[in-house]
Design a protein around this ligand. Structure first.
Ligand code: 5GP
Ligand code: ZN
Length: 112
């Protein structure tokens, strides 16, 4: 499959890894929008939030167990934002499920 984040998960395209286990990879965004900008992905391909279902949601729960560990490791003690863009109206550009962790500064409040 011609999927950028599948290739990153497979190690075929390099990334700056922050966390990895058998199910999940976290790496630094190539175009950071905050001092800390990390992407957390399932290694198995899921296209977006719209594709989460009972059959694959365990990895999503696992991602949300890992996120606080990553945030703590990054020293984001004053808080952070977790975002997933789903589909065209949200501006999703990579169609492999990913959660942005953004922090390290006071983030803008605008959500839309
Ligand atoms: P989206 O716009 O789909 O929510 O987020 C995709 C994110 O992937 C963007 O923030 C973009 O900077 C990041 N990105 C795109 N290509 C690469 C890449 O090759 N490596 C890394 N580390 N991040 C990438
Ligand atoms: Zn993929």
């Amino acid at each position: 499959m011609d999927c950028l984040f599948c290739k990153i998960a497979a190690g075929d395209i390099p990334s700056t890894k922050v966390y990895e286990d058998e199910l999940v990879l976290a790496f630094r965004d190539i175009a950071p929008q905050a001092p800390t900008h990390i992407l957390v992905i399932p290694k198995a391909h899921i296209a977006s939030v719209a594709e989460i279902a009972p059959e694959n949601s365990a990895v999503v729960a696992h991602i949300f167990e890992v996120i606080p560990q990553i945030a703590a490791g990054e020293g984001l003690k004053d808080g952070y934002r977790v975002v997933s863009n789903c589909g065209d109206h949200a501006g999703q550009t990579v169609h492999h499920l990913h959660f942005h962790i953004l922090g390290g500064k006071q983030l803008a409040l605008e959500m839309a």
